[in-house]
Design a protein around this ligand. Structure first.
Ligand code: NOJ
Length: 554
């Protein structure tokens, strides 16, 4: 039952906490979260037990896409603070054994980046080739029908030089030309500059797109992608023991192994999204969410757990700044909010891989429903709302899509207490606070020993104490059960069985033969604890637990 021995890495048993700085904590009371706010909450994060912060972008930016449009990679946006404060954050975090992982957004820059400002000046400007330019078609229209993920064409006409430039996201996020070796060198230098400041690694934004081959119409997984990453590894983080995680919407397990097989010297791991996109409409995507199907979800988890068992590494996550809140998507926001938030945490944290916790997840924050589209701020939701309603999609239908999957669900300010604006800021926040902050907030969670927060704290601690959680083999159980996600972890004669009821129903479950009549030790639970199992068990709504036991050696 031993899985192949992986060379151990510090991030294998680490837990990452993602901060979306704009929404985390506003120390200077301008309505926007900032670095000083983050520093003020490091003790809280230390109490939670996490070891790494993935910091969404804090670089200088006109904020067309909340910082994923960078105009200076080596400076900090004034609304977030200063470079000195950023250095202070790195140092303060280190004192608490927390590493800072920066967001590396190098598929594109802002249109205000000096490289693009130069590139636009003339066709023979030395920076022209940092971006992707094409001639108009004979009738003046765009070179082809590429669409931007944020709506409209992926090409924008530039009057001064009479050519189109390419952008996969907003027109204020022109794509960099990674075929130009100068772009590569500039990015490597910048990465080393940050690594020299003591950061712990990078989360790499839409990294699967940098090898694009425009004229072949290949966007993701282009031929140069992996060579580019190997060159990046060698020139920057490879000899520094950093954590690197690439955002790779297009990854299959085979592709994920290319990125994360240690022998290939690319990245530590990738974020793949198959467990997310199975909930989307095959054609209309996230705006037409599909009914939740646990059997499908389990198949996806099992596939990834199994395929990456020996030559790769999984990232484990339910949500991030682009996704809805886990408890709203897979759990219950009413009577069983606390139970279901704990169940989701247990189901994920006992899997093999590195878990990521998105700010607010640790207190069971939920999606939000604003009545008016004017209360939304996210460029994607707004662009797509106007594009689709103009094309005839009814307002109500589009709002349902936004309520289910819009990115502002994750971006409402962090709920610290039940005071004004949830304790996020005394000024009007840039995005409205979720009205449920009076009930769901950090202060309330810290005052309640049985809260979602302390459940996360326990899971994070368990991962440090139980090597089997990090390295044990994953074995699925009850694969065809429509409501229960159950699995084993196995290492030598150590076993952990994890059982999670994903429904609001009471369930009488016949246990699989492997775990009948085991005598074990309760690791965690969200109702009463379990030690010894019989052949059958009654699960309460969203009940979940993990039991450690010894398997007699054959
Ligand atoms: C993925 C990021 O997570 C998202 O927030 C951003 O809008 C796009 N990449 C473009 O950078």
């Amino acid at each position: 039952m031993d899985s192949k021995v992986l060379a151990k890495k510090w991030w294998h048993n680490a837990v990452v906490y993602q901060i979306y700085p704009r929404s985390f904590c506003d120390a200077n009371n301008d309505g926007i979260g900032d670095i000083a706010g983050i520093i003020s909450k490091l003790d809280y994060l230390q109490q939670l037990g996490i070891n790494i912060i993935w910091l969404s972008p804090v670089y200088k930016s006109p904020m067309d896409d909340n910082g994923y449009d960078i105009s200076d990679y080596q400076d900090i946006a004034a609304e977030f603070g200063t470079l000195a404060e950023m250095e202070n954050l790195i140092a303060e975090a280190k004192q608490r054994d927390i590493q800072i992982v920066m967001d590396l957004v190098v598929n594109h820059t802002s249109d205000e980046h000096p490289w693009f400002v130069e590139a636009k000046k003339s066709k023979d400007n030395p920076y022209r080739d940092y971006y992707i330019w094409r001639q108009p078609q004979a009738d003046g229209s765009a070179p082809n029908d590429f669409h931007s993920y944020f709506g409209g064409s992926g090409w924008e006409f530039d009057e001064t030089t009479g050519e189109y430039y390419f952008h996969q996201f907003s027109k204020r996020q022109p794509d960099l030309n990674w075929e130009n070796p100068k772009v590569q060198t500039e990015v490597h230098n910048m990465m080393n500059w940050w690594l020299d400041k003591g950061i712990g690694g990078f989360r790499m934004d839409v990294i699967d797109l940098i090898g694009k081959e425009i004229d072949q119409k290949v966007m993701a997984n282009g031929a140069r992608l992996h060579p580019l990453l190997q060159e990046m590894n060698k020139a920057t983080f490879g000899h520094r023991d950093a954590l690197t995680v690439g955002e790779a919407w297009s990854a299959t397990p085979e592709i994920a192994k290319l990125y994360s097989d240690p022998a290939r010297n690319e990245l530590s791991m990738v974020f793949q999204f198959e467990h997310i996109t199975i909930g989307w409409h095959p054609q209309h995507g996230k705006w037409e969410p599909q009914a939740f199907d646990l059997i499908k979800l389990k198949k996806v988890f099992t596939k990834w757990q199994t395929e990456l068992a020996d030559n790769g590494w999984n990232s484990l996550f339910w949500d991030n700044h682009d996704l809805p809140r886990a408890v709203s998507k897979y759990g219950d926001t009413g009577e069983f909010r606390v139970e279901s938030a704990k169940m989701l945490a247990t189901a994920l944290h006992f899997l093999k891989g590195t878990p990521y916790v998105y700010q607010g997840e640790e207190i069971g924050m939920t999606n939000v429903r604003f009545d008016s589209i004017d209360d939304y701020q996210d460029i994607e939701s707004l662009n797509l709302y106007y594009e689709r309603t103009a094309a005839g999609v009814p307002h109500e239908k589009m709002m349902e899509g936004i309520y289910a999957n819009g990115r502002d669900n994750a971006r409402t300010p962090m709920q610290w207490n039940n005071e004004i604006n949830a304790g996020f800021s005394i000024a009007k926040p840039w995005l409205k606070v979720n009205p449920n902050y009076t009930e769901i907030n950090v202060q309330a969670a810290l005052n309640e020993p049985d809260s979602v927060f302390f459940h996360y704290q326990k899971l994070i601690k368990l991962r440090k104490e139980q090597p089997i959680m990090t390295y044990g083999q994953y074995i699925p159980l009850l694969e065809d059960h429509p409501d229960v996600f159950a699995y084993l972890r196995a290492q030598d004669d150590d076993r952990i069985v994890v059982i999670n009821n994903f429904s609001a129903k009471k369930i009488t479950l016949s246990l699989p033969a492997e775990v009948q009549y085991i005598k074990g030790q309760s690791l965690i639970s969200n109702y009463q604890s379990h030690h010894n199992l019989a052949d059958e068990i009654t699960l309460q709504p969203y009940e979940s637990f993990a039991v450690a036991y010894k398997q007699p050696m054959a």
